[in-house]
Write a protein that binds this ligand. Structure first.
Ligand SMILES: Nc1ncnc2c1ncn2[C@@H]1O[C@H](COP(=O)(O)OP(=O)(O)OP(=O)(O)O)[C@@H](O)[C@H]1O
Length: 355
């Protein structure tokens, strides 16, 4: 079932368009991440869904009902901000109770929900503290608990972990997703961190310059991106020109490769550095490949390999027997290389479901 349906949302700030028609859906129980570089419009979109910013066009439905005309407090959505946005003059417990009182939730029910949220966010024992007496990670947990007590139809997260150090961020990522599953929430999460998006999401919505570029599971987008932007934004890749003939392609230096989809004529493929095999060899083939540089990364070695005019990134696990710069190498390419397209992939709610 579609919980959130965003259809053709646009946003103009004066004469400049921050969001071109954007459409996407989040199913009940899903954890969907909007991923994109700074300024691509992620926060603008999230704020419109929350109701703290007004769209210029388009509509939003939550659980089948149109909500884009409603004020934030009537949308049945809770948001967790990057800045935590806790009330500084209230204790942890008062922070959690505030929204429930506003909604006239009965006292006994307030107590039950607060106790539950404190328990699952591991905050029990901190109820009487003021926000300034908490660490960054604890404050973020309070912000999360404050959202959870409202039992909203949708949880929104605007880069909630970006103010925390790398180790804590990693721990909280896993806690947050585990919690999302445990309470059966539906979540829309915004980040510019591709590792975070890959680790947390059921599906990722890749955005760039106010448009949805591509939507898919982390595995689909990493292994078989359809857009060059996606391929480059989710980890390292080599974007190579091929001359295609059906499922066969030829790399610029003449080496044949298998393509994942049929194409004709000039096309572009994405080849991940770790999917290229590299082996030192003594004989010089018709297209000699030479190691131009190597960086030891600990668990792997990252080579820059020159083949004709092209410089390739090639990563090799292990990396304990490094191939010296200047050595001739043999490269093997994986089967079924993803052919990139220009088509933008839309994710619209089917018309009958939206009605
Ligand atoms: N209030 C505003 N007035 C004018 N332009 C704005 C306003 N808010 C955002 N913009 C512009 O709209 C575009 C999208 O901004 P938005 O904050 O949504 O991007 P973002 O992807 O969330 O970026 P970041 O990750 O840096 O927060 C940017 O070009 C930004 O400069």
């Amino acid at each position: 079932m579609t919980m959130l349906a965003i259809t053709d949302i646009t946003k103009d700030y004066g004469a400049s368009r921050a969001l071109h028609p954007v459409s996407l859906c989040v199913k009940k129980g899903e954890f969907v991440t909007i991923l994109g570089p700074s300024g691509c419009g992620k926060s603008s979109l999230l704020r419109i869904v929350m109701g703290i910013s007004q769209q210029s066009g388009g509509e939003i439905r939550l659980a089948g009902q149109r909500i884009d005309m409603l004020p934030p407090e009537r949308r049945d959505i809770a948001m967790v901000f990057q800045s935590y946005a806790l009330f500084p003059h209230m204790t942890v417990e008062q922070n959690l109770r505030f929204g429930l009182r506003m909604k006239n939730v009965p006292k006994v029910e307030q107590q039950r929900r607060i106790a539950h949220a404190l328990d699952i966010c591991t905050l029990t024992g901190l109820t009487a503290r003021m926000p300034r007496q908490l660490s960054g990670g604890q404050q973020q947990r309070v912000a999360l608990a404050r959202a959870i007590v409202m039992q909203p139809n949708l949880l929104l997260f605007d880069e909630p972990l970006s103010n925390l150090d790398a180790k804590l961020r990693d721990t909280l990522r896993h806690e947050l997703v585990a919690l999302h599953r445990r309470i059966g929430a539906t979540s829309l999460y915004v980040t510019h961190d591709q590792a975070e998006a890959m680790a947390m999401s059921d599906r990722i919505v890749v955005m760039n310059a106010g448009r949805v570029v591509e939507i898919g599971t982390p595995l689909e987008l990493y292994r078989s991106p359809k857009q060059a932007f996606t391929a480059g934004f989710l980890g390292q890749t080599n974007l190579l020109a091929v001359t295609a003939s059906g499922r066969q392609g030829q790399l610029p230096w003449g080496q044949p490769v298998d393509l994942a989809t049929e194409a004709m004529g000039p096309a572009q493929v994405s080849v991940r550095p770790e999917s290229i095999g590299i082996r030192a060899c003594d004989h010089v083939s018709s297209a000699p490949a030479t190691v131009a540089g190597v960086s030891f990364m600990g668990a792997s070695a990252l080579y820059t390999v020159a083949v004709g005019e092209t410089l390739l990134k090639v990563s090799q696990a292990g990396g304990d027997a490094l191939i010296e710069p200047g050595r001739t190498v043999e490269l093997t390419f994986p089967d079924r290389l993803p052919v990139l397209e220009d088509r933008v992939i839309e994710d619209r709610v089917p018309a009958r479901e939206a009605a």
